[in-house]
Design a protein around this ligand. Structure first.
Ligand SMILES: C[S@@+](CC[C@H](N)C(=O)[O-])C[C@H]1O[C@@H](n2cnc3c(N)ncnc32)[C@H](O)[C@@H]1O
Length: 160
């Protein structure tokens, strides 16, 4: 499969799962959404449309978002996520989305030494995690993804 096809599959899977969460799954309480890897801000922009009444906190090592998709200053956390985001553990987030896979297995293996604990720790009980990398964690129960999402292309969990 070409990298273009793979990219399109990743983004289609991401969008379909996010739409499924908004349409079909309950999020707990009034908690915030955590956008781990703001990037260009396209997903942040989509989340803002899907969840207009929720705070969205976004993380990245640098601000690279399009001007239309920049979080308010207090909800933008700049720095290495493994260093900055642990301050949000225990904050009872309703939802975590992580789009920080690189396509390099050795780099993603390093990310996976801390990302599952981070996602589980940020979420309230019943909260939802969506990730491009698998989050293997005893407190994160895998949920079925929409039929349009290829197996192991994007992942969906509820915190138990
Ligand atoms: C694939 S992009 C996210 C794209 C985003 N979903 C969008 O809609 O534009 C991943 C982003 O995560 C950031 N990132 C990845 N790993 C990171 C880390 N360990 N610490 C800080 N930022 C990281 C990168 O700088 C990049 O901007």
């Amino acid at each position: 499969m070409s990298r273009l096809d793979s990219f399109i599959r990743r983004l289609t899977a991401q969008r379909d799962i996010l739409n499924h969460v908004a349409a079909d799954l309950d999020l707990p309480g009034e908690g915030a959404l955590m956008e781990i890897g703001l990037g260009n801000g396209r997903t942040f922009n989509h989340l803002r449309e899907l969840f207009p009444n929720r705070r969205i906190v976004a993380f990245d090592r640098a601000m690279g978002a399009h001007a239309s998709s920049v979080p308010v200053q207090e909800d933008l956390v700049i720095g290495e996520i493994s260093q900055t985001a642990p301050a949000f553990i225990g904050k009872e987030a309703a939802f975590v989305h992580a789009d920080i896979g690189t396509g390099y297995p050795e780099k993603d293996a390093v990310t996976l030494t801390w990302l599952p604990d981070l996602a589980a720790g940020m979420l309230a009980k019943g909260g939802i995690a969506v990730s491009g990398l698998p989050l293997d964690h005893p407190m994160l129960k895998p949920l079925p993804v929409p039929a349009s999402v290829p197996t192991d292309r994007y992942f969906l969990y509820r915190k138990i």
